[in-house]
Design a protein around this ligand. Sequence first.
Ligand SMILES: [Cu+2]
Length: 310
Amino acid sequence: MFSAATSIGKETDLAFWVITGISAVLFILIIFFMLYFVYRYHHRRNPSASDIEGNSTLELSFMGISIVLVLAMFFWGWDGYKTMKGAAPAGSLEVKVTGQMWLWTFEYPDGRRLNELVLMKGAPVKLRLFSNDVIHSFYVPAFRIKQDIIPGSEKTVWFTPDAAGSFDLFCAEYCGTNHSSMITRAIVVEEADYNAWLAGKKELGAASKAKPSSKAALGKELYATMSCSACHSIDGSSGIGPTFKGLFGKKERVTTNGKERVVTVDEAYIMKSEHEPTADVVVGFQPVMPPSPLTDEEIGAVIEFIKTLK
Ligand SMILES: [Cu+2]
């Protein structure tokens, strides 16, 4: 908590401590003089009040000291800000980050997509941030990095993680019912581990669990990690979306292009609902589901999982 896990974070910390330090000294001085004057000018010690005339030396030095203090706070803030908002070093790892209700997706240059951010210690990284729906905010307190993400525009941040470990990564902008579940981890590892991970020789983070034994097991894992659970229960209770329990094979009343009709929930229907969630909306629910970031193969696994929920 007290030491930042990025180089930029160290500059943020420095600015924070400079400002806190100046404030602390001023606080002590002000309280000291306040108590002293209460004592010194108590009516018993100072029965008749007298006017105080101006004192140019005192006034000018007050102004001078204040200007120096305020400029010092500005300087350390600006110095860190300049680095933070400057261009990322050439050759930085670029990761595309997508926020959507209520899930983070990280896409690497080689095409892999994860729900946790895996980074190499000491290697600068540039994040390109996008939102699929509403305003989210990418926040990793240990990195001292927080950036709002606005739908329809690209935001970028860069930093160099310089401590290995696992750090909380969450959304810091209230974005709907399950905003609080929009939480994951940034995992920083040593270069050797990172390269082994890139080469597929080592599993990191959530993927470090044993490979799912079946398609249904993979589907179950995706259900949990891809935040399907935020809206779709598996115990029959109603949520933001229909429950998955007993869903497969069920006849469902849906609204298609403003007209109600009855469909049977089968592979094709679920596949279509993942790609175009607002095409056939089950009667009684709002068309709020974003298109799924899953591949067809992964959706297939989720369908296998739904089939097991009798
Ligand atoms: Cu959010």
